[in-house]
Design a protein around this ligand. Sequence first.
Ligand SMILES: [Zn+2]
Length: 88
Amino acid sequence: MKSFFTLDNPPPENPPAGVPAPSLWRVQRRRWHQHTPAPCDRGAKNPVCAHCKQAWPCHSWACWDGQIAEAFRHVRTSVHPTRRPRTV
Ligand SMILES: [Zn+2]
């Protein structure tokens, strides 16, 4: 599963409310950033990962992105519970 985060719209620094393991989020996010192309390489036709030098998106980035997507799935489900508008 792929997250909807991109280089232009990276995962937020602080774990979104509802993430099952906020401390894990920070690790996942750090690794996600680690495995992105260097800023000068981002517009390149064939970018490479700044960390492992593989063609980007590299395997590691895809794994971390998948974990972030999985964590975020819990955010979405916890944001959408049967919450009724307050009637005052
Ligand atoms: Zn990499």
